[in-house]
Write a protein that binds this ligand. Structure first.
Ligand code: PNS
Length: 193
């Protein structure tokens, strides 16, 4: 086992079986592993940081040397503040390599003492990504086996529950209209944020 702490940074929107597989592998190699969720990503996420934190916590309760955290700004600065010695990233296929290489070399330029370590998840997860999971789930397709059950359940809830933001805008719209009900055909007012 490698002495020291490693950071496994990512968006985890949502966590997949591939992520979990990598966390389990990383936990065997490193003394301590911190799974760090990026806050303030430019992308508009499906799950809030709090939801992702909660899901990852639930999924890793059995792994005693794994902690879940969030970070903002430069990852290397966060890693330094945690006194980490390694960054853990997963590579599924050759298509991941170019982006991961760029990121690893940029991180090395920013902080030469931090080493990026790549691990491969099980080949059965080599095509699984958060983006495709979101896409399949949003279109009503099955995601069983691609994500842990707790995530599968959360995805179902997300898709069947109307967005709170949309509902609150509709309520605000009603107030704007002086309490008059919305015309259901007036779709322009049912905007999303
Ligand atoms: O799961 P993802 O979206 O592939 O993770 C990307 C992540 C969060 C690891 C990367 O975007 C990141 O580290 N962002 C923090 C800002 C930063 O340090 N950027 C320079 C990286 S070279």
């Amino acid at each position: 086992m490698h002495k020291g702490l490693a950071i496994y940074p990512g968006s985890f929107d949502p966590p997949t079986n591939g992520h979990l597989d990598l966390i389990e592998r990383g936990a065997k190699i490193f003394e301590e592993l911190v799974v760090a969720i990026l806050r303030n990503s430019e992308k508009s996420p499906m799950f809030s940081v709090a939801e992702r934190l909660e899901m990852l916590r639930q999924l890793t309760t059995n792994l005693k040397n794994v902690r879940i955290d969030t970070f903002d700004g430069l990852m290397v600065e966060y890693a330094k503040s945690m006194e980490a010695t390694c960054i853990l990233r997963g590579i599924r296929a050759i298509s991941d390599y170019e982006y991961e290489l760029q990121m690893a070399l940029m991180n090395r330029k920013l902080e030469p003492t931090l080493e990026t370590v790549f691990m491969m998840p099980a080949d059965k997860y080599s095509y699984v990504s958060s983006r495709l999971v979101r896409e399949v789930a949003q279109a009503g397709g099955p995601v069983k086996g691609l994500v842990p059950e707790v995530v599968e359940q959360k995805l179902k809830e997300k898709i069947t529950t109307p967005k709170r933001e949309t509902r609150s805008i509709e309520i605000l719209d009603r107030i704007d209209l002086g309490g008059k009900e919305l015309d259901p055909k007036d779709t322009k007012r049912k905007k999303k944020v």
